[in-house]
Design a protein around this ligand. Structure first.
Ligand code: ZN
Length: 252
């Protein structure tokens, strides 16, 4: 049995009988951890209000080798998202990000980049509707990239010529970009205006900086539409099977 201390973002909470709670936490160095917190609902619980969804916490837990569920010992609140997630649209955004993480991050596969990116996306505070769409697209692009589902977008996938920033290539199924000189499938569509800037800025900048470039909001929405089939291929099922999408509808 080992005692582990790390930080994490609470993705889900689920209350059990006898005042216990199971929390699912994304950590940078131990991947997604499922922990039982004993007596969390009792008055003066030692966890305080730290174990709410989408909070950034420091946690200490015991791990037995063969057990999937670990035993939470201590949990300290680093950043609360309670107020922000009280907004229905923010709750919807965060639930969607959590659903994607739970579906796409394999168990026992720590990824510090996924953690940092998620933390940054959830640290922007309350957002307006357009900004929510931008953070959603930001998160989708990065999660697909880090899980190996996003293909090279800088070059034509057939002739490998690099695109110019103002070029609008065609897009084929699976988000493969094709230049106008190469043969393409009949169903290929034009990439949305501003697509290049969206991909470029999302890969280069932290989410707060991307939010500051407001002229990208419409292009981000269209890019997010293009990503739906790629997400579905990664999930190996329809995006509507995600609880956050099935219950609340897809964020527009
Ligand atoms: Zn080409």
């Amino acid at each position: 049995m080992s005692l582990i201390e790390t930080e994490g973002i609470v993705l889900k909470c689920h209350d059990l009988a006898e005042a216990d709670r199971v929390v699912v936490v994304l950590t940078p160095d131990h991947g997604i951890v499922r922990a039982v917190a004993k007596g969390v609902k009792r008055l003066k619980s030692r966890y305080g209000s730290s174990l709410g969804p989408f909070n950034h916490v420091r946690l200490t837990y015991f791990q037995k080798e063969e057990r999937e569920l670990v035993s939470l010992q201590e949990c300290e609140l680093l950043r609360s998202n309670f107020q922000v997630a009280a907004e229905p649209q923010m709750l919807q955004l965060y639930s969607y990000l959590a659903d994607l993480l739970l579906a796409l991050v394999p168990p026992n596969d720590p990824n510090a980049l996924v953690f940092r990116m998620t933390k940054a996306c959830m640290a922007s505070g309350k957002l307006n509707e357009c900004e929510i769409g931008l953070i959603k697209t930001y998160f989708e692009i990065w999660l697909l990239r880090l899980s190996g589902y996003l293909i090279e977008w800088r070059k034509c996938y057939k002739c490998e010529r690099e695109f110019y920033p103002d070029e609008r290539p065609y897009v084929e199924a699976g988000l493969r970009f094709v230049c106008s000189a190469c043969p393409k499938r009949t169903l290929a569509e034009f990439a949305p205006d501003g697509w290049y800037k969206v991909f470029h800025n999302v890969e280069k900048l932290p989410p707060t900086d991307v939010l500051a470039i407001s002229d990208e909001l419409n292009a981000a929405k269209e890019v997010s539409q293009l990503l739906v089939p790629v997400i579905e291929r990664a999930l190996d099922r329809s995006i509507t099977t995600l609880r956050s999408v099935a219950v609340d509808g897809l964020i527009r």
